[in-house]
Design a protein around this ligand. Structure first.
Ligand SMILES: [Zn+2]
Length: 351
């Protein structure tokens, strides 16, 4: 922590994007320090591949891989009030959290995310819960793990990490080094709870997601890592990052799988997959689209895509290059079940 390292400043010293502005391209990335951002070979050298054995076994199976669907949507259906921190339900309503996970396991999901999207100390601090990071994240991992084991299932437990909730300096106030520390704290608790992998999602800022990756690597150098950003602003992230820039940077920082999640529905995410595939044919691509464009009804976001629509979209994602496919906001176990059926049918005819 005391020894300053060049890679800790962020992708480059001058990068600072406002919404809609063009971010620095991956060509401007600093050289990547493999001790901070180990690639697959470096990670095998650390632990002989032990940490990623379950992940490797999943990838070795042929065909598409189904992730899960929305957590927040299901929590609202179960009575969570707008503005309440969902992570508290890991402690107060563990049976509800387990039941939501069970729904996705029964729908055929092979990678499920813990209920920890906002489980970092900055977001929890908005509810004066900043001292509960370890407890909330660890409990979430244990809940999902026990549900998977009860099901006798081979599904993987992914520790979910969302954005910090703060804007990175110099536009905002969050210093890169502090961001690394915030994400390392959350990742450490998820790892203590026994997750198989970490899934960093819904990111808009390359500097922030780099800090999150560095934080994960600080506590778990060998763990598999999925990273997805949200391309909801005319084909870019809110901070101006293109799919091409994202996939090249995230690959350089050692992500095992890369893609998009959330946003305005599958019509937005299919071209993101194609663009990523175009510049990174070797990368394992991930798609987790919202169930259509969010509409505001009575101050709540409503998603109208049917299970049939999401099933068709899942096949489109697959054709565009995604191997790991799931749903984000608005998607329920019914959506995921339909998607699974369509993906399996597509795979068996060689789509
Ligand atoms: Zn979403």
């Amino acid at each position: 922590m005391t020894e300053p390292r060049r890679t800790r400043r962020g992708p480059d010293g001058t990068r600072h994007s406002a919404p809609g502005r063009v971010d620095a391209g991956p060509g401007l990335l600093e050289p990547v320090d493999p001790s901070v951002f180990p690639d697959r070979a470096a990670r095998r050298a650390i632990d002989g591949g032990a940490r990623s054995a379950r992940w490797t076994a999943l990838l070795d199976q042929a065909g598409p891989i189904l992730a899960d669907g929305a957590m927040g949507t299901m929590l609202f259906l179960n009575g969570l009030q707008f503005g309440d921190p969902p992570e508290v339900w890991n402690l107060t309503q563990p049976e509800v959290i387990r039941r939501i996970h069970r729904g996705y396991l029964e729908a055929g999901s092979q990678i499920l995310l813990t209920n920890t999207f906002g489980g970092n100390r900055l977001r929890l601090g908005l509810h004066r819960l900043e001292s509960r990071v370890a407890e909330l994240n660890q409990t979430a991992a244990i809940l999902l793990r026990s549900e998977v084991e009860t099901a006798g299932n081979q599904a993987l437990v992914a520790g979910d990490i969302g954005p910090s909730g703060a804007i990175m300096a110099p536009v905002g106030t969050l210093d890169y080094e502090e961001a690394v520390d915030v994400f390392a704290e959350q990742a450490g608790a998820l790892v203590d709870g026994g997750v198989d992998l970490i899934w960093i999602e819904t990111m808009s800022d390359l500097t922030e997601i780099k800090a999150a990756i560095e934080g994960v690597r600080r506590v778990a150098p060998g763990i598999p890592l999925i990273t997805t950003m949200t391309f909801d602003t005319r084909g870019r992230t809110m901070m101006g990052v293109t799919p091409e820039q994202a996939v090249e940077a995230l690959r350089a920082w050692g992500s095992d799988a890369i893609g998009g999640n959330c946003g305005n529905g599958p019509d937005e995410l299919v071209p993101v997959m194609s663009q990523m595939r175009g510049v990174a044919p070797d990368v394992l691509l991930v798609s987790k689209s919202n169930a259509g464009m969010p509409e505001l009804v009575d101050m709540r976001a409503v998603y109208r895509a049917s299970p049939e629509t999401m099933a068709l979209a899942a096949v489109e994602m697959q054709v565009a290059g995604a191997r790991i496919v799931g749903g984000c906001c608005g998607s329920t176990p019914d959506h995921l079940r339909a998607m699974r059926a369509a993906l399996v049918a597509g795979a068996s005819v060689g789509a």
